[in-house]
Design a protein around this ligand. Structure first.
Ligand SMILES: C[S@@+](CC[C@H](N)C(=O)[O-])C[C@H]1O[C@@H](n2cnc3c(N)ncnc32)[C@H](O)[C@@H]1O
Ligand code: SF4
Length: 339
């Protein structure tokens, strides 16, 4: 039996890592079907299984009381959840009180033109936008359903209301590997950082991962043919390492879960829209927080469940993508746990 900790005790895992960052997936649904993220024919959770926005707020607030300084709202596509701005508005009180340093979102930007102003009013300052190509036909092929024009409008609207944007692009062999320098120029020309991500083996999709996987060492070598890349010390609290592009003055990030393990400094956990807590993106172990949340109006049971879960946070993930490993490392899709 774990010793019952006070409801304000900071969360520290068995490896001494303070848990100060939660990613909250508010829906597993999405208006895109990106080929590396989802299969075309996805089965989504019945709506009755979802936590309400009030329950999501209560859960996130319990983490804030335990030392969470940063909340990222994600999904699925978070901006397709009905009334999602109510959650941003209510969580913004923790920014006002100083308990929370940052409230942010990862989005595909399809709805961003509509919501950028409200996000800014809720105290959101920086957002991540996922964009894997600048070619409209390729964009349609990657996302299956997406419209590049809407995404670009969303980016412009967000910049117009003062939101800082970081672009995230998944490196896909044979798909966008001819565009990396152009994407860097696009991002830096508009004052945005850009981070490239290796495709991770999460969930069954309609294609073998090995066909998509491009190690970022190759991408970096490609960029080095066009730009001067200087190592820099910049960190955002996430797993990316950054380089400065001398010619543009902008930053390029690299997230390399497969070729470079980033787990030592992990400060985060993930919560799904059904209240399941995943202590690691790359492991199956999880804890149900919905039952303790609903069992009592006080947070004692919830806090006890959180303590038991954090005590099991693993040291790291062990992703592999090779010809021998055809199955995903974990069965759930990224859209369930949130990116
Ligand atoms: C799951 S999405 C959720 C938020 C939002 N729908 C979006 O696309 O930004 C978060 C991030 O995960 C990335 N992603 C999804 N599946 C991935 C995979 N198998 N490997 C690497 N990145 C993945 C996406 O490119 C996106 O940047
Ligand atoms: S990466 Fe984001 S936008 Fe693409 S299918 Fe997954 S959740 Fe949707």
């Amino acid at each position: 039996m774990l010793e019952r900790l006070p409801a304000t005790a900071p969360l520290v895992d068995p490896f001494g890592r303070a848990i100060t960052y939660i990613r909250v997936s508010v829906t597993d649904r999405c208006d895109f079907r990106c080929v590396y993220c989802m299969s075309e024919d996805m089965h989504f959770l019945p709506r009755r299984d979802l936590l309400t926005l009030e329950e999501l707020d209560r859960l996130a607030t319990a983490f804030v009381a335990r030392g969470t300084r940063k909340i990222r709202i994600t999904g699925g596509e978070p901006l397709v959840r009905r009334d999602i701005m109510r959650l941003f508005a209510s969580l913004s009180r923790h920014l006002g009180s100083g308990a929370l340093e940052e409230l942010t979102v990862t989005t595909n930007a399809s709805q961003l033109a509509r919501y950028a102003g409200e996000l800014a009013q809720c105290g959101v300052r920086r957002i991540n936008v996922s964009l894997d190509t600048l070619d409209a036909a390729k964009f349609r092929a990657i996302t299956r359903w997406g419209d590049l024009g809407k995404v670009l409008d969303g980016i412009e609207a967000a910049q117009n209301v003062g939101l800082a944007i970081k672009l995230n692009a998944v490196a896909l062999k044979g798909v966008n590997d001819d565009e990396f320098p152009a994407m860097v120029r696009f991002a830096h020309g508009r004052g945005m950082d850009i981070t490239f991500i290796e495709v991770m083996p999460l969930g069954d999709i309609d294609q073998a991962r090995i066909e998509q996987y491009l190690p970022l060492s190759e991408l970096q070598a490609d960029l080095a043919r066009y730009f001067t890349l200087d190592e820099i010390d910049y960190r955002t609290g996430g797993p990316a390492r950054y380089m400065r592009v001398a010619e543009t003055g902008g930053r390029v990030g690299f997230i390399t879960p497969l070729t470079h393990n980033f787990c030592e400094s992990c400060n985060r956990v993930r919560i799904t829209c059904t209240g399941t807590l995943y202590m690691c993106l790359g492991q199956d172990d999880a804890a149900d927080l919905r039952a303790p949340l609903r069992a009592s109006e006080a947070d004692d049971l919830l806090n006890a469940a959180i303590d038991r879960a954090i005590a099991r946070k693993p040291k790291g993930h062990d992703f592999v993508i090779d010809r021998m490993t055809r199955r995903p490392a974990v069965a759930r899709h990224m859209s369930v746990t949130g990116g």
